[in-house]
Design a protein around this ligand. Structure first.
Ligand code: SIN
Ligand code: FE
Length: 292
Protein backbone atom coordinates (compact mmCIF):
# COMPACT_ATOMS: atom_id res chain seq x y z
CA UNK A 1 0.00 0.00 0.00
CA UNK A 2 1.18 3.50 -0.81
CA UNK A 3 1.74 5.62 2.30
CA UNK A 4 0.40 8.80 0.72
CA UNK A 5 -2.84 9.38 -1.12
CA UNK A 6 -2.32 12.60 -3.04
CA UNK A 7 -5.40 14.74 -3.63
CA UNK A 8 -4.95 17.61 -6.02
CA UNK A 9 -7.52 20.04 -4.63
CA UNK A 10 -6.59 23.65 -3.91
CA UNK A 11 -9.81 24.68 -2.18
CA UNK A 12 -11.26 23.94 1.27
CA UNK A 13 -14.61 23.12 -0.34
CA UNK A 14 -13.74 20.75 -3.22
CA UNK A 15 -16.59 19.11 -5.08
CA UNK A 16 -16.13 15.34 -5.44
CA UNK A 17 -17.94 12.73 -7.48
CA UNK A 18 -19.47 10.03 -5.31
CA UNK A 19 -16.89 7.42 -6.30
CA UNK A 20 -14.04 9.87 -5.58
CA UNK A 21 -15.41 10.45 -2.07
CA UNK A 22 -15.75 6.70 -1.45
CA UNK A 23 -12.20 6.29 -2.69
CA UNK A 24 -10.67 9.05 -0.51
CA UNK A 25 -12.56 7.72 2.53
CA UNK A 26 -11.31 4.19 1.89
CA UNK A 27 -7.72 5.44 1.59
CA UNK A 28 -7.95 7.27 4.90
CA UNK A 29 -9.61 4.40 6.74
CA UNK A 30 -6.98 1.99 5.39
CA UNK A 31 -4.21 4.04 6.98
CA UNK A 32 -3.01 6.23 4.14
CA UNK A 33 -2.16 9.87 4.74
CA UNK A 34 -4.26 12.06 2.45
CA UNK A 35 -1.90 14.80 1.25
CA UNK A 36 -3.21 17.92 -0.46
CA UNK A 37 0.06 19.48 -1.66
CA UNK A 38 -1.67 22.56 -3.09
CA UNK A 39 -4.08 23.33 -0.28
CA UNK A 40 -2.53 26.04 1.84
CA UNK A 41 -4.04 27.93 4.72
CA UNK A 42 -3.48 31.61 3.99
CA UNK A 43 -2.79 34.15 6.69
CA UNK A 44 -3.98 37.73 6.38
CA UNK A 45 -1.32 40.47 6.32
CA UNK A 46 -2.13 41.42 9.91
CA UNK A 47 -1.69 37.79 11.02
CA UNK A 48 1.89 37.34 9.80
CA UNK A 49 3.32 38.54 13.11
CA UNK A 50 1.65 35.49 14.72
CA UNK A 51 4.36 33.38 13.06
CA UNK A 52 6.71 33.50 16.03
CA UNK A 53 7.50 31.05 18.84
CA UNK A 54 7.11 33.95 21.30
CA UNK A 55 3.33 33.33 21.35
CA UNK A 56 3.77 29.93 23.01
CA UNK A 57 3.52 30.01 26.80
CA UNK A 58 6.72 27.92 26.91
CA UNK A 59 5.03 25.17 28.97
CA UNK A 60 2.46 23.38 26.79
CA UNK A 61 3.51 21.88 23.46
CA UNK A 62 0.88 23.79 21.52
CA UNK A 63 -1.42 26.76 21.63
CA UNK A 64 -4.91 25.35 21.89
CA UNK A 65 -8.32 26.64 20.76
CA UNK A 66 -11.79 25.35 21.48
CA UNK A 67 -14.13 25.98 18.50
CA UNK A 68 -17.15 25.63 20.83
CA UNK A 69 -16.17 28.24 23.43
CA UNK A 70 -13.65 30.16 21.27
CA UNK A 71 -11.22 30.06 24.18
CA UNK A 72 -7.48 30.20 23.45
CA UNK A 73 -5.13 28.50 25.90
CA UNK A 74 -1.40 28.10 26.42
CA UNK A 75 -0.36 31.34 24.79
CA UNK A 76 1.68 34.24 26.13
CA UNK A 77 -0.30 36.63 23.91
CA UNK A 78 -2.58 39.23 25.46
CA UNK A 79 -5.04 41.82 24.16
CA UNK A 80 -5.20 42.27 20.39
CA UNK A 81 -2.61 39.54 19.74
CA UNK A 82 -4.59 37.04 21.81
CA UNK A 83 -7.71 37.94 19.82
CA UNK A 84 -5.87 37.64 16.52
CA UNK A 85 -4.65 34.13 17.43
CA UNK A 86 -8.23 33.15 18.30
CA UNK A 87 -9.52 34.53 14.98
CA UNK A 88 -6.84 32.74 12.96
CA UNK A 89 -7.44 29.44 14.73
CA UNK A 90 -11.22 29.83 14.48
CA UNK A 91 -10.91 30.36 10.74
CA UNK A 92 -8.72 27.27 10.52
CA UNK A 93 -11.28 25.21 12.46
CA UNK A 94 -14.01 26.31 10.04
CA UNK A 95 -11.88 25.59 6.97
CA UNK A 96 -10.92 22.15 8.26
CA UNK A 97 -14.56 21.39 9.09
CA UNK A 98 -15.62 22.30 5.54
CA UNK A 99 -12.82 20.18 4.12
CA UNK A 100 -13.83 16.97 5.95
CA UNK A 101 -17.44 17.63 4.93
CA UNK A 102 -16.39 17.83 1.27
CA UNK A 103 -13.88 14.98 1.16
CA UNK A 104 -15.75 12.54 3.43
CA UNK A 105 -19.46 13.34 3.03
CA UNK A 106 -20.38 9.98 4.62
CA UNK A 107 -19.00 11.29 7.95
CA UNK A 108 -21.34 14.31 8.07
CA UNK A 109 -23.75 12.77 10.54
CA UNK A 110 -21.34 11.33 13.07
CA UNK A 111 -18.35 13.65 13.05
CA UNK A 112 -17.63 15.89 16.04
CA UNK A 113 -15.15 18.74 16.03
CA UNK A 114 -12.50 18.77 18.77
CA UNK A 115 -9.68 21.15 19.66
CA UNK A 116 -7.60 23.19 17.25
CA UNK A 117 -3.88 23.52 17.83
CA UNK A 118 -1.23 25.95 16.64
CA UNK A 119 2.37 24.75 16.81
CA UNK A 120 4.71 27.75 16.47
CA UNK A 121 7.72 26.11 18.16
CA UNK A 122 10.36 24.11 16.26
CA UNK A 123 9.21 20.49 16.57
CA UNK A 124 12.74 19.09 16.48
CA UNK A 125 13.54 20.70 19.84
CA UNK A 126 13.64 19.11 23.27
CA UNK A 127 10.71 17.42 24.97
CA UNK A 128 9.89 17.18 28.67
CA UNK A 129 9.29 13.42 28.86
CA UNK A 130 9.33 10.31 26.67
CA UNK A 131 5.55 9.89 26.88
CA UNK A 132 5.02 13.45 25.64
CA UNK A 133 7.73 13.24 22.97
CA UNK A 134 6.04 13.28 19.57
CA UNK A 135 9.42 12.89 17.85
CA UNK A 136 9.03 9.21 18.72
CA UNK A 137 6.72 6.94 16.70
CA UNK A 138 3.31 6.53 18.34
CA UNK A 139 -0.38 6.14 17.73
CA UNK A 140 -2.43 8.89 19.37
CA UNK A 141 -4.18 8.19 22.66
CA UNK A 142 -5.00 10.74 25.34
CA UNK A 143 -4.31 9.96 29.00
CA UNK A 144 -6.80 12.48 30.39
CA UNK A 145 -9.45 12.48 27.64
CA UNK A 146 -10.69 8.97 26.83
CA UNK A 147 -12.25 8.60 23.36
CA UNK A 148 -14.23 5.49 24.35
CA UNK A 149 -13.76 3.85 20.97
CA UNK A 150 -14.19 6.93 18.78
CA UNK A 151 -11.73 7.59 15.99
CA UNK A 152 -9.18 10.42 16.08
CA UNK A 153 -9.02 12.13 12.69
CA UNK A 154 -6.61 15.03 12.29
CA UNK A 155 -6.04 17.69 9.67
CA UNK A 156 -2.67 19.46 9.58
CA UNK A 157 -1.50 22.46 7.57
CA UNK A 158 2.12 23.51 7.27
CA UNK A 159 2.03 27.33 7.33
CA UNK A 160 5.80 27.84 7.43
CA UNK A 161 6.53 31.16 5.65
CA UNK A 162 10.09 30.20 4.65
CA UNK A 163 9.27 27.12 2.61
CA UNK A 164 10.44 24.71 5.32
CA UNK A 165 8.75 21.30 5.14
CA UNK A 166 7.48 19.44 8.20
CA UNK A 167 9.37 16.18 8.35
CA UNK A 168 7.47 13.15 9.63
CA UNK A 169 8.27 9.49 9.96
CA UNK A 170 5.53 6.90 9.58
CA UNK A 171 5.79 3.50 11.23
CA UNK A 172 4.57 0.03 10.35
CA UNK A 173 0.86 -0.75 9.77
CA UNK A 174 -1.36 -1.11 12.86
CA UNK A 175 -1.89 -4.79 11.96
CA UNK A 176 1.83 -5.37 12.56
CA UNK A 177 2.30 -2.89 15.40
CA UNK A 178 -0.54 -3.86 17.74
CA UNK A 179 -0.03 -7.67 17.77
CA UNK A 180 3.67 -7.02 18.47
CA UNK A 181 2.95 -5.02 21.65
CA UNK A 182 -0.31 -6.63 22.85
CA UNK A 183 1.35 -9.56 24.67
CA UNK A 184 3.30 -7.04 26.81
CA UNK A 185 0.25 -5.00 27.80
CA UNK A 186 -1.18 -5.74 31.25
CA UNK A 187 -4.94 -6.28 31.50
CA UNK A 188 -6.85 -3.27 32.81
CA UNK A 189 -7.02 -3.33 36.60
CA UNK A 190 -10.62 -3.99 37.75
CA UNK A 191 -12.17 -0.77 39.05
CA UNK A 192 -9.36 1.41 37.65
CA UNK A 193 -11.56 3.26 35.17
CA UNK A 194 -13.97 4.19 37.97
CA UNK A 195 -11.07 5.28 40.20
CA UNK A 196 -9.44 7.43 37.50
CA UNK A 197 -12.73 9.21 36.83
CA UNK A 198 -13.56 9.65 40.53
CA UNK A 199 -10.11 11.10 41.25
CA UNK A 200 -10.57 13.50 38.32
CA UNK A 201 -7.57 12.06 36.44
CA UNK A 202 -9.69 11.35 33.37
CA UNK A 203 -12.52 13.40 31.88
CA UNK A 204 -15.03 10.59 31.44
CA UNK A 205 -14.55 6.86 31.75
CA UNK A 206 -11.28 5.29 30.54
CA UNK A 207 -12.72 2.27 28.75
CA UNK A 208 -10.73 -0.92 28.13
CA UNK A 209 -10.24 0.38 24.58
CA UNK A 210 -8.62 3.57 25.96
CA UNK A 211 -6.47 1.42 28.24
CA UNK A 212 -5.11 -0.64 25.33
CA UNK A 213 -4.56 2.39 23.09
CA UNK A 214 -2.78 4.35 25.82
CA UNK A 215 -0.58 1.34 26.56
CA UNK A 216 0.22 0.98 22.85
CA UNK A 217 1.11 4.68 22.71
CA UNK A 218 3.35 4.46 25.79
CA UNK A 219 4.99 1.10 25.10
CA UNK A 220 5.84 2.07 21.54
CA UNK A 221 7.47 5.32 22.68
CA UNK A 222 9.29 3.68 25.60
CA UNK A 223 10.83 0.89 23.48
CA UNK A 224 14.01 2.52 22.16
CA UNK A 225 15.14 -0.65 20.39
CA UNK A 226 11.83 -0.78 18.53
CA UNK A 227 12.08 2.93 17.69
CA UNK A 228 15.50 2.38 16.14
CA UNK A 229 14.85 -0.84 14.27
CA UNK A 230 11.17 -0.85 13.24
CA UNK A 231 10.10 -0.39 9.61
CA UNK A 232 9.67 3.29 8.88
CA UNK A 233 9.16 5.73 6.06
CA UNK A 234 10.21 9.38 5.98
CA UNK A 235 7.57 11.75 4.69
CA UNK A 236 8.23 15.39 3.85
CA UNK A 237 5.16 17.60 4.20
CA UNK A 238 5.71 20.76 2.17
CA UNK A 239 5.12 24.31 3.35
CA UNK A 240 1.76 25.39 1.98
CA UNK A 241 0.28 21.89 2.10
CA UNK A 242 -2.45 20.17 4.12
CA UNK A 243 -2.69 16.53 5.14
CA UNK A 244 -5.26 14.33 6.84
CA UNK A 245 -4.66 11.17 8.82
CA UNK A 246 -6.25 8.85 11.36
CA UNK A 247 -3.56 9.34 14.00
CA UNK A 248 -5.02 6.58 16.21
CA UNK A 249 -4.28 4.07 13.44
CA UNK A 250 -1.11 5.32 11.76
CA UNK A 251 2.10 5.38 13.83
CA UNK A 252 3.69 8.78 13.25
CA UNK A 253 6.51 10.95 14.57
CA UNK A 254 7.47 14.53 13.84
CA UNK A 255 11.19 15.02 13.23
CA UNK A 256 11.31 18.73 12.47
CA UNK A 257 9.27 21.64 11.26
CA UNK A 258 7.85 24.90 12.54
CA UNK A 259 4.46 26.61 12.21
CA UNK A 260 1.70 24.12 11.82
CA UNK A 261 -2.05 24.26 12.41
CA UNK A 262 -3.99 21.15 13.35
CA UNK A 263 -7.67 20.36 13.77
CA UNK A 264 -8.89 17.25 15.61
CA UNK A 265 -12.17 15.45 14.83
CA UNK A 266 -13.82 12.51 16.55
CA UNK A 267 -15.88 9.94 14.71
CA UNK A 268 -17.92 7.03 16.10
CA UNK A 269 -16.81 3.72 14.60
CA UNK A 270 -20.38 3.11 13.38
CA UNK A 271 -20.12 6.21 11.15
CA UNK A 272 -17.13 4.80 9.26
CA UNK A 273 -17.44 3.51 5.72
CA UNK A 274 -15.76 0.30 6.88
CA UNK A 275 -15.92 -0.06 10.70
CA UNK A 276 -13.81 -3.26 10.59
CA UNK A 277 -10.79 -1.07 9.77
CA UNK A 278 -11.00 0.76 13.12
CA UNK A 279 -8.46 0.12 15.90
CA UNK A 280 -11.46 -0.73 18.12
CA UNK A 281 -12.68 -3.59 15.95
CA UNK A 282 -9.13 -4.84 15.32
CA UNK A 283 -8.21 -4.83 19.03
CA UNK A 284 -11.49 -6.52 19.94
CA UNK A 285 -10.68 -9.28 17.49
CA UNK A 286 -7.19 -9.80 18.93
CA UNK A 287 -8.16 -9.49 22.58
CA UNK A 288 -11.26 -11.64 22.02
CA UNK A 289 -13.88 -9.48 23.72
CA UNK A 290 -15.75 -6.16 23.59
CA UNK A 291 -13.61 -3.20 24.73
CA UNK A 292 -16.22 -0.46 25.15
C1 SIN B 1 1.83 14.46 16.56
O1 SIN B 1 0.63 14.59 16.29
O2 SIN B 1 2.22 13.48 17.15
C2 SIN B 1 2.80 15.55 16.17
C3 SIN B 1 2.62 15.92 14.77
C4 SIN B 1 3.19 17.28 14.45
O3 SIN B 1 3.26 18.16 15.32
O4 SIN B 1 3.53 17.48 13.29
FE1 FE C 1 0.52 12.20 17.57
Amino acid sequence: MEILKTLDFATWTPVLQNDEAVDSTRALESGQVALLPHLSFELAADERHLLSPQWSDGKAKNISYDPQTRMVKHTSATGADHEAIGRMMGRYAESAHKLVGSLFPAYAKGIRIGRTSYRPVEAGGRSSSIRKDDRLLHVDAFAASPVQGERILRIFSNINPNGKPREWTLGEPFDDLAPRFLPKIPKPFPGSSWLLKTLGITKGKRTDYDHYMLQLHDQEKLDSHYQQTCPKTAVSLPAGSTWIVYTDLVPHAVKSGQYCLEQTFYLPVAAMQEPALSPLRKLEKWVGRKLV
